[in-house]
Design a protein around this ligand. Structure first.
Ligand SMILES: [Zn+2]
Length: 380
């Protein structure tokens, strides 16, 4: 008979699914996606109170889907989501992404859960197979819904690549709190980072300073969510070394067209970048072939690979972290993930732009993720 095993510190508990769900919901440990993510973070006294309740129920048959993050009835899903632009509601997104675990055997990690709202965890999915991997991220900025929505539309393409034996780490919704409100940052409606907001992808505390590079760029993380996300990325990069990273963004200030950032070790001849640009154009999205970004970075055939000084892009983001050859951990300089190819896709998301078309643009890339992987693997 299928059983779930819950680990509460050293205690192994067998419990039936319905009883488990009841207890966890009552104790606000389970969220509607079925993830018992708070279990590991419970304070010992609370766990001590709960443990007898678990043990009293004894070993009973249970539904094994709970171990993979099953879903609860629709009535329990009430996640308010900004809807003016027609973005997919958060509960639908969580449910779609959870199918990677329930239907495809991927592993789920809770990267971060907000103490003040446990309905909005930052979750990651990864293939059981480890090794040189493709990493796909989206939703770092909450006002950029096309990436997370496109991943929800193309999960079959992504899981097909996993079935073909390619290790994958997927962080499809890095900032659910801001997505739910159409904010950029998790902690403020203010879009300007100079006015108090922090990006969940800020990795400066792990990156070398821009001078001698002998100290971290900032003394501490920008926020608890950014610390959780970037330290998770760094840790997982050891068992899933990033060979190719796709980070799906949008630019609501760009009215002229989309473009992509490149960070990594390829200097000339960037066939994966060229293919991404080709796929974006084929989807009908306009692309900026020249000129400069609003940060003064030159755009060349849709690609930005140098800053306004002609130096490699060093924006302090999780993308720089993936590409970085050196990082700081606990004050010590160590080798970084050194991903050879990190692409940040930016679709134009100005007011009045069409989200359906922007989702189609990101989907065009994800639908060909196997092809991109093949190109990158052939010439790493
Ligand atoms: Zn962005």
């Amino acid at each position: 008979m299928p059983r779930s095993i819950l680990l509460i510190w050293d205690h192994k508990v067998f419990i039936d699914y319905k009883s488990l769900k009841y207890i966890l919901l009552r104790c606000r440990i389970l969220n509607w996606t079925g993830h018992y993510y708070k279990m590991r973070e419970m304070k010992p006294p609370l766990a001590a109170r709960l443990l007898p309740a678990f043990l009293m129920l004894g070993p009973i048959s249970c539904h094994d889907r709970i171990a993979n993050g099953s879903t609860l009835p629709a009535s329990s899903r009430r996640l308010p989501t900004y809807s003016t632009d027609g973005r997919m509601p958060l509960d639908q997104l969580y449910s779609r992404f959870a199918s990677l675990s329930t239907d495809h055997g991927w592993q789920t990690d809770t990267v971060y859960a907000y103490p003040d709202d446990d309905r909005l965890p930052v979750l990651s999915w990864r293939t059981p197979l480890k090794g040189k991997a493709i990493w796909i991220l989206a939703g770092i900025h909450g006002e950029e819904p096309a990436g997370p929505n496109a991943i929800a539309h193309t999960l079959e393409n992504i899981s097909a690549l996993a079935d073909a034996g390619v290790p994958i780490v997927l962080l499809p919704m890095c900032n659910p709190k801001a997505y739910s409100k159409n904010w950029r940052y998790p902690d403020t409606p203010e879009r300007d980072w100079r006015k108090g907001g922090h990006s969940v992808g800020d990795a400066e505390y792990l990156l070398p300073d821009l001078n001698a590079g002998d100290a971290p760029r900032t003394p501490k993380p920008a926020g608890p969510d950014s610390e959780a996300l970037t330290s998770y990325a760094l840790r997982l990069s050891e068992s899933y070394p990033p060979l190719l990273v796709l980070d799906l963004h949008e630019d609501e200030l760009s009215t002229e067209g989309g473009y992509i950032y490149f960070q990594g070790s390829v200097s000339k001849n960037n066939p994966v970048g060229s293919e991404i640009i080709h796929l974006l154009r084929s989807s009908g999205i306009p692309i900026r072939l020249s000129g400069k970004t609003r940060f003064g970075e030159p755009v060349e055939d849709g690609m930005v690979s140098r800053d306004d000084q002609g130096l490699p892009i060093r924006d302090g983001s999780i993308d720089e972290l993936f590409a970085s050859t050196h990082v700081f951990r606990n004050g010590k300089k160590i080798a970084g993930p050194a991903a050879p190819a990190v692409f940040v896709v930016e679709t134009p998301a100005f007011s009045g732009s069409n989200l359906v078309q922007r989702v189609a643009a990101h989907s065009a890339i994800l639908a060909r993720v196997g092809q991109l992987w093949a190109i990158k693997s052939a010439a790493p």
